[in-house]
Design a protein around this ligand. Structure first.
Ligand code: UD1
Length: 435
């Protein structure tokens, strides 16, 4: 198993290129099978989740040519069945996007869902409600979602909860439905907009993505396109937090600054200097930062996927800070690991009460999931002495070349590979999921 060995203390300084958005890529890769023509997608991040999605697509007959590390040509004309048997797909939450894509194109889909998830309950009732509203019969059988329709008909759908996944899935199912679909209380995240832009470039008729009412006029078919995925808001935000935590100076390049406002507004509030240009954001921290209150909210609020990184940062800021998690009901598990590094954080329900300590101390810590894993790496980069971060396979699900990029910024981080130990029950339970 690979591990990171990190010696903390170096301020991270320099520029870092941000890759394509993992969460947009997962939706767009799935949607690319919805035409029989060849689609070219650029800026696909080379991370485990996208590679798992590509493998699952290949398993049903999708032809995939890797033009270069981040560019794929995808052709879905030879899909031979709509039942995904690929075991790997259970490892990613976004497997459910193949339901919307296959149902939308073939009116038929059977896709295994991931098992338990360590962020708390992650229902898919809103996805199912949306598909049923379009006329599909949907059942969960033997761990798979089985969806089928004679025809799909446009409908008026009010989401009971703002859900990124359900919004994207219903858009995919509705683009070739007969007539008009309206999705109210839709998610407004950048990747919802990116997926809609992608489908529109294939001939779909989707209006209002980025607002909470999305209107879709069904079209007969979709056609080829060439499309570049937006930069990753969360990858960029993670490096900005690393700059703030290590009292460094990092410029994230190739980003859409508007997507990062909800993150760097907080950094500015607690004492960082922030500079924004057309496609870059720079964060400089020269002193110990101040305290604040943060509540995670759907976009344009503070993203839940930045919550662990923010908590790690506030754990070494002055005074008492409060972080409230309002999206997921179990997203503070990493705090136990942070406690082993000397933090003073009390979790009560969905709120963390953080008393800033001067500095973390190095320890052996296990990455509980993707974003918390990245946050613990930031903690280790600030800590006194050496830390070993295990279970980094979770981090590799969503960060391309994480340790290489951190090293280039001056971080003292190495990756080491030790012989596989027997899989722990915890690993077995969580070989899946998380953002
Ligand atoms: C996506 C992102 C994830 C991010 C999350 C919130 C991907 C692949 N993952 O996850 O990184 O943390 O958005 O920004 O893009 N819910 C229901 N019923 C549903 C669907 C969701 O109750 O049918 C609840 C969830 O349990 C959660 C909340 O709604 O409490 C938000 O979930 P959702 O926006 O759907 O998250 P994901 O799409 O799974």
């Amino acid at each position: 198993m690979e591990k990171y060995v990190i010696t903390g203390g170096n301020p991270l300084v320099g520029e870092v290129e941000i890759g394509g958005a993992k969460n947009a890529a997962l939706a767009i890769l799935a949607a690319s099978i919805m035409t029989d023509e060849t689609v070219t997608i650029e800026n696909v991040p080379d991370v485990r989740d996208t590679n798992v999605m590509l493998q699952a697509m290949e398993s049903i007959g999708v032809q995939i040519i890797r033009v270069d590390r981040h560019t794929y040509r995808i052709n879905g004309s030879r899909i031979h069945n709509q039942v995904i048997l690929n075991e790997g797909i259970k490892k990613i939450r976004a497997s459910y996007y193949l339901i919307g894509a296959l149902l939308g194109k073939y009116k038929n889909a059977e896709v295994p869902l991931p098992g338990g998830c360590n962020l708390g309950t992650r229902a898919i009732d809103q996805h199912i409600k949306g598909f049923r509203s379009l006329g599909a019969s949907v059942n969960v059988r033997h761990g798979s979602v089985v969806a089928h329709a004679q025809s799909l008909k446009g409908s008026h759908i009010f989401m009971d909860k703002v859900s990124v996944g359900a919004t994207i899935n219903v858009i995919m199912a509705a683009v070739m439905a007969e007539g008009k679909t309206v999705i109210e209380n839709a998610a407004k995240e950048p990747h919802v907009v990116d997926l809609a832009n992608f489908l529109n470039s294939m001939g779909a008729n989707i209006k209002g993505a980025g607002t909470d009412v999305i209107r879709i006029n069904g079209v007969q078919s979709l056609h080829k396109t060439e499309y570049m995925i937006i930069p990753d808001q969360i990858e960029a935000g993670t490096y900005l937090m690393a700059a703030a935590a290590t009292r460094g100076d990092i410029t994230v390049k190739n980003v859409i600054p508007k997507h990062l406002e909800c993150i760097y507004a907080k950094l500015s509030e607690i004492g960082c200097q922030v500079e924004e240009s057309d496609d870059a954001v720079r964060v400089v921290a020269t002193k110990r930062l101040g305290n604040t209150q943060v509540k995670t909210l759907p976009y344009p609020g503070f993203p839940t996927d930045m919550q662990p990184q923010m908590t790690v940062l506030l754990g070494i800021a002055q005074g008492i800070s409060i972080v409230t998690e309002s999206i997921f009901d179990n997203r503070f598990k990493y705090v136990d690991e942070l406690t082993r590094m000397g933090s003073d954080i009390k979790v009560e329900g969905n709120t963390a009460i953080i008393t800033g300590v001067e500095r973390y101390s190095g320890a052996e810590i296990a990455s509980p999931d993707l974003r918390a894993g990245a946050a613990l790496v930031i903690a280790a980069l600030t800590a006194e002495g050496e830390s070993v971060v295990t279970d980094i396979q979770y981090i590799q699900r969503g960060y391309e070349d994480f340790h290489l990029k951190l090293k280039k910024l001056g971080g003292n981080i190495e990756i080491i590979d030790t012989p596989d130990e027997e899989e722990s029950p915890k690993d077995a339970a969580f070989r899946s999921v998380v953002s």
